[in-house]
Design a protein around this ligand. Structure first.
Ligand SMILES: Nc1ncnc2c1ncn2[C@@H]1O[C@H](COP(=O)(O)OP(=O)(O)O)[C@@H](O)[C@H]1O
Ligand SMILES: [Mg+2]
Length: 174
């Protein structure tokens, strides 16, 4: 089941990603797609906070990866924006992250599509033309486990907001 959620502020995005964070387990992989400034790092920040990570999360654009070990589970935050090629991912030992004991978040996951695990949660983020601070989050689970995660995410978000998200989606991205 795919799920579209609209966020109208950084705070809303953080609540949304914290809610997702509470549903993730070691070994889970979340792929973030979206143009510069759509909110991939902001989203990562909420997941990190929910895991209990106090350190400030920034895009690991130049280091490719940053590991955080102070939370409930390890968090591996990748940003492949400046990736030179697939060899760099091999040098990084990416499989140890994707198939390891932590939660992996990947910004610009579309740059490494062929390396991604088949089972994963894709999150596509779009600007909304009508409002500067509005974003549409499109949750696209790949595999049964992530179907359950998104199903539960939907329940929690809709429960918290009652009906406020219904009928409130961007028309731009279909
Ligand atoms: N609803 C929103 N969700 C996330 N970020 C938002 C939102 N509205 C405005 N912003 C702003 O958009 C920018 C997102 O930046 P960032 O998370 O670093 O994006 P990315 O990692 O995708 O390049 C920040 O400046 C943030 O303040
Ligand atoms: Mg970023």
């Amino acid at each position: 089941m795919n799920l579209k959620i609209r966020s109208s502020s950084v705070a809303e995005t953080e609540v949304l990603s914290m809610t997702l964070g509470s549903l993730l387990k070691p070994g889970d992989v979340v792929c973030l797609y979206g143009e510069l400034g759509t909110g991939k790092t902001t989203f990562a920040r909420g997941v990190a906070r929910e895991l209990g990570i106090k350190e400030k999360i920034t895009s690991p654009t130049f280091t490719l990866i940053k590991e955080y070990h102070e939370g409930r589970f390890p968090l591996y935050h990748l940003d492949t924006y400046r990736l030179a090629g697939p060899q760099e991912m091999n040098d990084l030992g990416y499989e140890e992250y994707f198939y390891g004991q932590g939660i992996t978040l990947i910004e610009w996951a579309d740059r490494v599509t062929e390396l991604l695990p088949q089972e994963r949660l894709d999150v596509k983020i779009f600007f909304c033309p009508s409002q500067d601070e509005d974003r549409e989050f499109n949750f696209l689970p790949q595999g049964k486990h992530y179907d359950c995660v998104v199903e539960e995410l939907k329940k929690r978000v809709y429960f918290r907001n009652r009906n406020s998200y219904f009928g409130n989606q961007c028309s731009l991205n279909g």
